[in-house]
Design a protein around this ligand. Sequence first.
Ligand code: S3P
Ligand code: PEP
Length: 437
Amino acid sequence: MSDQPWAAPTADGPVRGTVSVPGSKSVTNRALVLAALGTDGVTRTVRGAARSRDTTLMAGALDALGATVTTTEGRAGTLDIAITAPPVFRAAHVDCGLAGTVMRFVPPLAALADGPVVLDGDPRARERPMGGIVAGLRGLGVEVTGEALPLTVAGGPHPAGGEVTVDASASSQFVSGLLLSGARYARGVTVTHAGERGVPSLPHVAMTVTMLRAAGVTVTEHPSRWHVAPGPVTAPAVLDVEPDLSGAAVYLAAAVATAGEVTIAGWPEGDLQPGGVVRRVLEAFGARVTLGAEGLTVRGPGRLDGVDVDLHEVSELTPTVAALAALAARDGASSRLRGVAHIRGHETDRLAALVAELGTVGARVAETEDGLEIAPGPLTAPTRPWRAYADHRMATAGAIVGLVVPGVTIDDVAATTKTLPDFAADWPELVGAGVGV
Ligand SMILES: O=C(O)C1=C[C@@H](OP(=O)(O)O)[C@@H](O)[C@H](O)C1
Ligand SMILES: C=C(OP(=O)(O)O)C(=O)O
């Protein structure tokens, strides 16, 4: 973290520009895992990966476990990461950082190693929920020491697999993690979710299923139950990574907040990420959204509408939506964000963090059992620097607020490198120059 808070640029008019966002960390990290699980000795290339902390951590984890990982410059600032699966994974120490995808996707793969694998991460990572992975692995015949990070997975290298019931209401990544390596378990893996709440972020489980199937794995889906059959894992030789749509939403929010116009180049046609939901959420604020040859374009309204949205399926959008809701409140509109109780276990407790940080600019935000309520009222000069809590999306939420509230500074803009390595340079350029970045 730098000692100096970062001055968030204030927009002196509508923000206009075209933005190319980095590849999705969710797609990249699944692709890296599937390449490392390959059963045919073929080298696979994950093309267009972001140079972000989470993807670097995943590549580092797979390297430590014995995969051959070669990173080269890709097009437009991206990375191409070539991965060859090892004959057998080896004992290792794995740094998960603060990456949910690393801490939940790697332990099931570590069970295929021929020795113990120790996983640890940032201080906050030790507080993030791991129950579904730990209980799930034990139910599948894998010895795990610890209930959260630091964890040791004993290694096998031939885990039995079978059927397991877990409570995945704290994170969809419990399900995704168990499924991703499931084909390499002797009996495959069947995961049933049983919990007080449903599995959040279900489109991310759908992403896992789609990418497994593209890797030749047989997956059967039922409500709250998924089965991966044992068998070969043979992902395509080149795995292309789509732009990160949750990252894109931050740049699009600049148009929504300032009655501007922002285009995201290369908006994906498929439904690997919930792009349609991103569009609908921004439209709820009164934005106009169009998809054309040049990409997805959002035009912001003069006055923002309040929103009443269930973000259970797209919970990682919550900080962005909360920032826009605070701006709508300034226009006299109240908002309600629902279905996101589990984000108390994200990079930070995002509900508490949003109440505290939006409060520093005078927003009247109350935490509910499963979300936030934002009451109408003016925004005022910040009382102190906006805290990022090492959370990329808290940092970008502060930047969105800073577009219209002069004087917002962010204590740790480097937190954005978790998924958006160039944010601290791109954002001022977009806000100030009104040209493509
Ligand atoms: O599998 C994934 O790539 C992700 C799943 C979601 O996690 P939760 O289900 O814990 O919300 C999402 O919020 C996270 O940013 C990425
Ligand atoms: C929740 C998030 O990340 P993670 O993959 O670390 O859970 C996120 O990116 O908003």
